[in-house]
Design a protein around this ligand. Structure first.
Ligand SMILES: [Zn+2]
Length: 229
């Protein structure tokens, strides 16, 4: 059986900017997993980034199945706590409640996760697995194109703001899957495109998408589609 190259995306927090991001991903036929805090759906918030306010407003519960149609909805805990700092029963509640609420809204069984704030340890990973979570993403960039050793501590290739992003994308495009499947796993937050780091930031993600999209030897998939391949 021939090995393949896979490309997957993971975006966090369920913010309104996801609407625009999904339009871009759809235009390029890319597939993304969106990690959502069900307890915050429909609420407004403002973050301060680079000294300026950035909207961190969440989509409404009714929008979940519409905005994320064709992509994957995954958990990000009910209210985004640091899971490593709360009790076993609180971790269980944060995950079980999020799984249940999101499964009802999405219309399918939600089994993925991204750790809120990127913090994780063996204890939290084991509780998540016991709750029925099949994989959980960290924010520890590897710069590599490998499937996860442990899906419950799934380290991404890089964030979209990585200084080597275009070099990494080119290396992946040039790579051959000779010894095993290859995976490029990109993550971020769509609200980050609203503040100025890389010039026009929505152009930055357009550039990323146009570079990686449309390759005959790359399979574009959600996180769970990759695990189920
Ligand atoms: Zn988050």
């Amino acid at each position: 059986m021939a090995y393949k190259k896979y490309f997957t995306l993971s975006y966090d927090d369920g913010v309104l900017q996801d609407r625009r991001l999904v339009e871009i991903f759809n235009r390029y036929n890319l597939k993304c997993t969106f990690n959502v805090n069900s307890g915050f759906l429909g609420t407004d918030n403002t973050l301060i980034r680079l000294g300026k306010p950035v909207a961190h407003n969440k989509i409404s519960p009714d929008e979940v199945s519409v905005v994320y149609a064709g992509h994957e909805v995954a958990t990000h805990a009910k209210t985004h706590p640091d899971l490593t700092k709360i009790s076993d029963s609180q971790v269980r509640m944060q995950i079980k409640d999020d799984m249940q609420a999101l499964s009802e809204l999405a219309g399918y069984e939600v089994v993925g996760h991204a750790y809120p704030g990127g913090t994780y340890d063996r204890r939290t990973a084991d509780i998540l697995a016991d709750c029925g979570i099949r994989y959980a993403r960290t924010i520890d960039s590897t710069g590599k194109f490998l499937p996860p050793d442990d899906p419950m501590m799934w380290h991404p290739t890089c964030h979209h703001g990585d200084e080597h992003i275009f070099e990494l994308l080119q290396n992946f495009i040039d790579a051959q899957a000779t010894d095993g499947d290859l995976l490029f796993y990109l993550w971020g937050h769509s609200y980050e495109f609203d503040f100025n780091v890389w010039g026009n930031n929505w152009e930055h993600i357009e550039k990323v998408c146009s570079m990686i999209a449309g390759k005959e030897d790359i399979v574009y998939c959600t996180n769970i589609e990759f695990l189920n391949r």
